[in-house]
Ligand binder design. Structure first.
Ligand SMILES: NC(=O)c1ccc[n+]([C@@H]2O[C@H](COP(=O)([O-])OP(=O)(O)OC[C@H]3O[C@@H](n4cnc5c(N)ncnc54)[C@H](OP(=O)(O)O)[C@@H]3O)[C@@H](O)[C@H]2O)c1
Length: 203
């Protein structure tokens, strides 16, 4: 069984999206800055999906994340604002969308979106069954990530720390209650664009 990995691009002041999120601005005002490291500025394609992409550390981290991921969990808001942009599932693996509104499965080019109305444990159960030996990626947004952390379901936290102060937006590590959560740093890599931090959650 793989790990449950929370991987999020974060501003230095702790936001995983800017304010005023909409279909027109899927990452909120200014939030697209957080994903610049992931994209080839010439072609606007994800470096990880492009075999000819640069061989720098950012591309390597993105490729490793793609290779390790067997299933993805996202919140309905991330799905709503992202699906047209992705024109597919966000990773080429089954994707489970947390929502309170039941919906038919949506089959895309690489895999399908399955809508889960029974909470994070059920979403994880389904994702694990699809992922096999690979990891389940909890992709966010913040409200979804916070529930996985609160429930003690996250094994690894990967933060792509972007050198920008967004000033406002959705804080990733908010609404976590007063539980003390200890982590062990297992990797530290970086480029001028982003610092890649990996932590194991100590349970
Ligand atoms: N920085 C990054 O790496 C990154 C990664 C992913 C997303 N994002 C961004 O994050 C933003 C969205 O984050 P968000 O926190 O606003 O929303 P979100 O977590 O994507 O979605 C929240 C929604 O998910 C559903 N949901 C969550 N938990 C549930 C549960 N236990 N049971 C049933 N439904 C549940 C609810 O939908 P219903 O209202 O349908 O019930 C809720 O309104 C977007 O801007 C997105 O682009 C950033």
């Amino acid at each position: 069984m793989g790990n449950v990995v929370l991987s999020v691009s974060l501003s230095l002041d702790g936001f995983s999206a800017g304010p005023d999120i909409s279909v027109e601005r899927p990452m909120g005002d200014g939030g697209e800055r957080l994903h610049e490291w992931l994209f080839d500025s010439d072609s606007d394609r994800a470096v990880a999906a492009d075999a000819t992409s640069p061989t720098g550390v950012d591309a390597q981290v993105a490729r490793e994340l793609f290779a390790a991921t067997g299933a993805v969990v996202v919140g309905r808001r991330t799905f709503d604002v992202g699906v047209d942009l992705w024109a597919d599932t966000p990773f080429p693996v089954p994707c489970f969308v947390l929502t309170h509104e039941p919906r038919e499965q949506l089959v895309m080019k690489s895999a399908a979106f399955t809508f889960v109305t029974d909470g994070v444990e059920r979403a994880l159960e389904l994702a694990r069954a699809s992922a096999g030996d690979k990891d389940v990626l909890v992709m966010g947004g913040a409200r979804t990530a916070q529930q996985f952390i609160r429930a003690g379901l996250v094994d690894e936290v990967q933060i792509q720390l972007v050198p920008v102060l967004l000033g406002a937006g959705a804080r990733l590590f908010d609404h976590l209650g007063s539980n003390h959560i200890e982590l062990e740093r297992t990797a530290l890599l970086g480029s001028p664009h982003v610092t890649h931090l990996r932590f194991r959650v100590l349970k």
